[in-house]
Design a protein around this ligand. Structure first.
Ligand code: NAD
Ligand code: UDP
Length: 319
């Protein structure tokens, strides 16, 4: 009974990298949290320390199937995020993005919950506008190997926008740019985890292509702060908002930084660039600054130190 006055929040994909940090933050803020996950890419270890908290509940569930729970807010994060994971079963990736969004939007409509979508910079594809503002409509290959994710996420944005227009649902859409930090999966193939794991093991650092492609890296705590602020933005904030760190690095520079920070003797090796790998990516965060007064505060050096410390603590680390 005592808990009925607390906000009840559903986090889909709550055992994943971002989801586990979000669950932790929501619990710290005094919410009751229901974490829904099918544990495809998020290990139970990520939420192990939350299990003792009576305000935290876990449900093993695949969001491509319908779900009914009484909640006030829904954060829809369920979806594999790394290219090797989302390309492992591309049809399931599209189903998770599209059927999953329909199921969660249906739930939000039924219980009158506010709903947040973890969208992605991938909706811009391989962009020819730089940096990318939310008004840019993107350059996505609809039939390439990344399309299951990119088009799935684009369709989810469409569904969110239509539920808002048609049913008046309170929606939030965050377009997340590359984010890193503790609890990234060591084997998910993303550049931050790959380079740190390779550097710590003294293995070759695998640069795809010539390494001149760019990315910008946001530390997880900054991103989660952005999630909370966006969810709490005034009613009617339905337009997508870029969340990411606008400091841009080439992949080569990033590799050098990881080598320096770990003191590694690893050598760089060059491999083929994956199909449709975007050449540049950097968020224009003017909208987030104006709307939420949000911008990242954790520099890459500081965030990398914490991330390297995390990976150093994992036993038998190997890609
Ligand atoms: P992650 O793979 O660590 O987490 C995704 C979680 O969703 C996992 O726990 C996985 O088991 C779960 N999941 C997958 N399919 C599911 C399904 N059908 N039903 C229930 N659970 C399912 O990835 P992440 O980095 O934490 O990303 C979380 C969200 O943020 C994703 O939607 C992703 O597209 C988005 N995003 C992340 C980044 C980033 O840099 N990390 C960038 C852009 C967008
Ligand atoms: N990348 C790389 N070596 C790796 C892993 C990734 O050079 O071992 C490159 C990849 O080709 C891309 C960039 O790093 O250009 C970011 O890749 P990631 O998979 O982390 O994210 P995304 O491509 O989705 O931004």
């Amino acid at each position: 009974m005592a808990h009925f006055s607390r906000k009840r929040v559903l986090v889909t994909g709550g055992a994943g990298f971002l989801g586990s940090h979000l669950c932790e933050r929501l619990l710290d803020d005094g919410a009751d949290v229901i974490c829904v996950d099918n544990f495809f890419t998020g290990p139970k270890d990520n939420i192990a320390k939350l299990m003792a908290n009576p305000s935290f509940e876990v449900m093993r569930h695949d969001i491509t199937f319908s779900l009914y729970v009484e909640v006030d807010e829904i954060y829809n994060l369920a979806c594999p995020a790394s290219p090797i994971h989302y390309q492992h079963n591309p049809v399931q990736t599209t189903k998770t993005s599209v059927h999953g969004a329909i199921n969660m939007l249906g739930l939000a409509k039924r219980v009158g919950a506010k709903i947040f979508q973890a969208s992605t910079s991938e909706v811009y594809g391989d962009p020819n506008v730089h940096p990318q503002p939310e008004e840019y409509l993107g350059n996505v290959n609809p039939i390439g190997p990344r399309a299951c994710y990119d088009e799935g996420k684009r369709c989810a944005e469409t569904l969110f926008s239509d539920y808002h227009r048609e049913h008046g649902l309170e929606i939030r859409i965050a377009r997340i740019f590359n984010t890193y930090g503790p609890r990234m999966h060591p084997n998910d193939g993303r550049v931050v985890s790959n380079f740190i794991v390779q550097a710590l093991a003294g293995d070759d650092i695998t640069i795809y292509g010539d390494g001149k492609q760019t990315r910008s890296f946001c530390y997880v705590d900054d991103l989660i702060e952005g999630f909370i602020q966006l969810m709490n933005a005034p009613d009617g904030t339905a337009q997508p908002v870029n969340l990411g760190n606008p400091e841009e690095f080439t992949i080569l520079d990033f590799a050098q930084k990881v080598i320096e920070k770990t003191g590694s003797k690893s050598k760089l090796v060059f491999k083929d660039l994956p199909t449709d790998d975007p050449m540049q990516r950097c968020p224009d965060i003017s909208r987030a600054k104006k709307l939420l007064n949000w911008e990242p505060t954790i520099a890459l050096d500081a965030g990398l130190d914490k991330t390297i410390e995390y990976f150093s603590s994992i036993k038998d680390l190997k890609i």
